[in-house]
Design a protein around this ligand. Structure first.
Ligand code: FES
Ligand code: FE2
Length: 323
């Protein structure tokens, strides 16, 4: 039985094409995903004959064939043919539960595992990739703003600006927490590119247990002009991110989408570089201890939700950042 009560998000549905098996990870178990006709199946990526990876095999008409000795398995995972015997052998693949929701493929060993609640709306665009970093450090990076002046200098905020005092409130919820920041004038390319009436934005960072980050930007007219969902999973030594980006800029939305997509790609690339540098460095220190100040609440709170839930904040509280 899987000890994780949540389904693991592994791929966008559109990344899986019919008849080509794909290897993903259920944390540290290799899993092969197979799409045939309109059904998606998942099995442990292990041929019962001699353990070759089935993800390197072939699929045709729902039949998965191992590339080593050609054993064939039908859609319910049962062996249907062994070429050298010219008959079937009584064995089957270990099935993994699959769910498709929000355009995402989720897997679990437990069919009763949960899928977190996300927006049903179709995103303006999506981005996905892998980062060699822990899920905790990636979630913190996706949700905290203090690195943006340095890592995204000129794009999101800037190193050179005079810092401004911003009041923030952390509000706990049943599923995680949100941090609401006061609105701030534009400081980077991303906001300058947006139409004037959308520029004074206030940010809301939301963490949803266990692995979802949501960044929202609201304008003075209380319109949520952008929402960036990061749906993360640990797959072996990497964090896989599936990002859904929503823009609500009225008539400007199509053009803003075209402009924003390469900028967001660049921003995530910048985050990947620093996260992988950090991860590599951490390998050299056995039990690293970190100093967190009171502005580091996002990372501290996520850590509590993941590893030390009884200590998480239960009442809203205020703090101040200089952005
Ligand atoms: S290992 Fe798969 S057919 Fe032999
Ligand atoms: Fe970032």
């Amino acid at each position: 039985m899987n000890s994780n009560p949540y389904f693991i998000p592994v791929l966008f549905e559109k990344q899986l094409t019919a008849d080509s098996p794909v290897k993903v990870w259920l944390i540290d178990t290799p899993v092969v995903l197979v799409k045939s006709k309109d059904a998606i199946h998942a099995y442990e990526d292990f041929c019962p004959h001699r353990g070759a990876p089935l993800s390197k095999g072939f699929v045709k008409d729902g039949v998965l064939t191992c590339r080593y000795h050609g054993w064939e398995f039908n859609a319910n995972g049962k062996n249907k043919h062994v070429p050298v015997k010219n008959a079937a052998v009584d064995c089957e693949l270990k099935r993994i539960q699959v769910a498709v929701k929000y355009g995402i493929i989720w897997i679990s060993k437990d069919s009763t595992a949960l899928i977190p609640e996300l927006s049903e709306e179709l995103p303006a665009f999506t981005l996905n990739g892998k980062i060699h970093a822990s899920i905790l450090n990636t979630l913190e990076n996706f949700l905290e703003g203090s690195h943006t002046h340095f890592v995204h200098d000129g794009l999101v905020r800037s190193k050179k600006i005079t810092r401004q005092k911003i009041e923030a409130t952390l509000i706990p919820s049943e599923t995680g927490f949100s941090v609401h920041y006061q609105s701030e004038p534009p400081k980077g390319l991303l906001t300058v590119l947006t139409p004037a009436r959308f520029r004074n934005l206030r940010a809301v960072s939301t963490y949803m247990h266990p692995n979802i980050s949501v960044l929202e930007y609201w304008n003075d007219a209380n319109i949520r002009v952008a929402r960036i969902e990061g749906i993360l999973s640990t797959q072996q030594t990497q964090t896989v991110y599936l990002a859904r980006i929503y823009l609500h800029l009225g008539l400007f939305t199509p053009i803003a989408t075209m402009i924003a997509k390469p900028i967001f790609k660049k921003i995530i690339q910048q985050d990947k570089v620093i996260l992988e540098l950090q991860e590599k460095n951490l390998q050299h220190f056995k039990q690293p201890s970190f100093v967190s100040d009171e502005t580091d609440v996002v990372g501290v709170e996520i850590q509590r939700w993941l590893y030390n839930k009884e200590n998480r904040a239960v009442e809203p509280f205020n703090f101040t950042v200089y952005w």
